[in-house]
Write a protein that binds this ligand. Structure first.
Ligand code: SF4
Ligand code: SF4
Length: 272
């Protein structure tokens, strides 16, 4: 994480800042001599929405996706769980989804793969103001895309890469991952780390937890929300954020069904 903190500092202090109407030259296509080079030996952190899109594209459960294609690095100073793409274990360390023709999950590729060569920085997480946020160019040595003539504004690039829904759900993710509770040296205790992982990454297991445990007896949840979260991963993630804010940070985002909770507690006592 120190490495990441240092990189953040360099970006904030040294990289030229780009905004929506600023221009840059770039193109990526099978004709560039570096085609596919950037899909190996690369650190790609996944957001909750990246995982939803990718596991649905592959037609597999989130738990299977996480096991096969991701790593969960654990660092000392980490405040909440993070998930990274796993590369192949041979010496090429390639992304599991790269083929001779390019990315095999292109229309569902994760946010960092869409955004490249743009990065996004938000210097002040605490009192965030729009003018604090900026884009910057990440010029990898291997990348010949900058030698192409195609000109973009930042805004055009973002539209072309279809990142709107990724950004909207990314903002929601920040409500729990950059929560004021985590400022300073504070980190989540292990059981809360697990809750965070469940909602943000293992969405299908979270669905089973909500629908197949006493969860819906313990909380008052609107009927239309229950109907939506049975099928819709994005709605389930939005609901999960509400639950995390309540359970991790004590915000009044959920209502407890006191009668049912007391009854469940009574029954558990009797059994004990
Ligand atoms: S997901 Fe696609 S674009 Fe991203 S690294 Fe893998 S192959 Fe490349
Ligand atoms: S290195 Fe740059 S130009 Fe080459 S494939 Fe990757 S993004 Fe495209």
């Amino acid at each position: 994480m120190d490495e990441i903190d240092n990189l953040k500092k360099t970006i904030l202090n040294e990289y030229p800042r780009l905004h929506a109407r600023d221009k840059f030259k770039f193109a990526c296509h099978p004709g560039v001599e570096c085609f596919n080079e950037c899909c190996s030996d690369v650190n790609i952190f996944l957001t909750p929405y990246d995982i939803i899109r990718m596991k649905n594209r592959l037609g597999i459960d989130s738990r299977e996706f996480l096991k096969k294609y991701t790593l969960t690095p654990i660092e000392k100073s980490q405040k909440h769980p993070v998930v990274m793409m796993k590369m192949t274990e041979d010496e090429k360390k390639r992304c599991h989804f790269v083929t001779e023709e390019g990315c095999s999950i292109y229309s569902d590729r994760p946010w960092p793969c869409r955004m490249y060569p743009l990065g996004f920085a938000s210097p002040s997480d605490k009192n965030k103001k729009d003018e604090d946020e900026f884009y910057f160019l990440m010029k990898e040595d291997v990348c010949k895309g900058f030698e192409e003539d195609r000109e973009w504004t930042v805004e055009d690039w973002m539209n072309d890469q279809e990142v709107r829904e990724y950004n909207e759900l990314g903002e929601l993710f920040k409500e729990v991952s950059l929560h004021p509770y985590l400022e300073g040296a504070r980190e989540l205790p292990p059981e809360k780390m697990e809750m965070f992982y469940l909602v943000c990454y293992d969405i299908d297991t979270f669905r089973r937890f909500v629908l197949e445990s006493s969860f819906l007896d313990r909380f008052e949840v609107e009927k239309d929300i229950i109907d939506k979260i049975r099928e819709d991963d994005v709605e389930l993630f939005k609901f999960g954020i509400r639950w995390l804010k309540f359970s991790l940070y004590g915000e009044p985002t959920m209502k407890i069904n006191q009668q049912a909770t007391d009854k469940i507690k009574g029954e558990t006592k009797k059994q004990a």
